[in-house]
Design a binder for this molecule. Structure first.
Ligand SMILES: O=C(O)CCC(=O)C(=O)O
Ligand SMILES: [Fe+2]
Length: 396
């Protein structure tokens, strides 16, 4: 059984009990009907607080000005990162020490963040443990791995998990920045700038409280169309979706959710968009089973980054795309069993997904062979910089 990994947690306006609706591709029971109402309500009110803080943060700050580096003081700090798109303004609040955090290479310590808050971390750990238990109920293969007993989410996700605070400029602002070119060129630049990188998240689960404006679109696997998910969310709803890691450790029981932000959906062209997704990620050194790696990667390769490209590609090209060479470090002591291909560290799994992503993106521009060759040389020259290299290539 496969579940398109996303759920909408509906929060009641009255403090009674919470209901959860899953939007999945199957008609099976939703996995999260058994959540404890009262705990979730108190967590949810904390999330709401955090959100209203974030919105006022953006409204009060001139996000376009480069803030000066913050001086040391008590409390948490937001790190300003270079977004994947030039216009995107992105801050990260690591759950724990920023030094142990991957992808902080291009980030600068900036604003202090008054709310030191673990609620999103805790909610995502709880959601994940429920999802995994549900998966184990439904899949014998998954149950036989005893992951629920082996993984202690609160302990095992405390290094790489983070809150991302994002600011997308308003459509009007972007249009005003378009340099004068032929009108057709402007139109195409403008539209592509309004659509932000379609992707699946790398980690275990992502929690996204409804953003300040619409824009988030999701694409269920097998479907060739984007769904405007924001229009399905009520003000208080929380979108929960799975990333590649959850998909991998559950043998694709949960499918990673392919999504993007499309500012063309904005109703108010002068309004920027603020969002605050929370990413639960396993620590780098945790060993995870790689179940049906091929299935997981194939899914990734058929992700419709660009529907026209997928539809037009010929068979040979597909064959080529499926020849993914995954190289795990041979020094790792893999355990193998009938249903597990490999046990590997999260760090290696992430590197492999990042590489595949970068390859796919570059493949849109150059031939795959040529790209693989360049990647090999660069990784040989700069073996410790692979995350930076791959992230750099994904930038627009
Ligand atoms: O801004 C959003 O709603 C989505 C952001 C996102 O997909 C991401 O940061 O991975
Ligand atoms: Fe995402």
């Amino acid at each position: 059984m496969r579940i398109n990994g996303f759920a909408i947690i509906e929060m009641p306006s009255e403090p009674t009990s919470m209901t959860t609706t899953t939007c999945t591709a199957t008609e099976d029971d939703p996995p999260m009907t058994n959540c404890k109402g009262s705990d979730w309500l108190s967590l949810y009110s904390q999330i709401r607080q955090l959100y209203s803080h974030s919105f006022s943060f953006f409204l009060q700050h001139d996000v376009n000005s480069k803030q000066k580096k913050s001086t040391e003081s008590k409390g948490e700090f937001l790190y300003r990162c270079e977004g994947f798109h030039r216009e995107l303004i992105e801050f990260v609040l690591p759950h724990s020490s920023p030094h142990s955090h991957a992808n902080m290479h291009s980030c600068k310590k900036t604003e202090s963040w008054p709310l030191v808050n673990n609620s999103l971390y805790e909610v995502s750990c709880e959601v994940t443990s429920i999802l995994l238990k549900y998966g184990e109920l439904r899949s014998k293969e998954l149950k036989s791995l005893h992951l629920s007993e082996q993984l202690d989410w609160k302990k095992d996700c405390d290094e790489q998990s983070c809150l991302r605070v994002l600011h997308y400029p308003s459509p009007n602002f972007l249009q005003s920045k378009s340099p004068s070119k032929s009108s057709q060129k402007i139109a195409s630049d403008y539209n592509s700038k309004l659509t932000y990188y379609p992707h699946c998240d790398l980690g275990v689960v992502t929690l996204s409280p409804k953003a300040s404006t619409s824009g988030l679109e999701v694409c269920l696997s097998g479907a060739n169309q984007w769904i405007d998910i924001d229009s399905l969310l009520n003000e208080n709803d929380l979108l929960v979706h799975s990333g590649y890691t959850l998909s991998c450790i559950t043998g694709s029981f949960y499918q990673p959710l392919f999504h993007r932000v499309n500012m063309n959906l904005a109703r108010d062209l002068s309004a920027p968009r603020f969002s605050m997704p929370y990413f639960l990620r396993l620590n780098d050194n945790i060993k995870i089973p790689v179940l049906q790696l091929e299935t997981c990667l194939k899914l990734m390769q058929t992700d419709p980054i660009d529907f026209t490209e997928t539809q037009n590609s010929n068979e040979d090209e597909h064959k080529n795309k499926n020849e993914v060479c995954i190289h795990f470090d041979s020094n790792d002591d893999y355990k193998t069993s009938d249903n597990v291909e490999k046990w590997t560290t999260v760090a290696q799994f992430m590197a492999c997904i990042r590489k595949e992503r970068a390859l796919r993106k570059l493949h849109q521009i150059h031939s795959r062979l040529c790209v693989s060759f360049i990647i090999k040389i660069l990784l040989w020259l700069y073996p410790h910089k692979q995350n930076e290299l791959f992230d750099e290539w994904l930038k627009e």
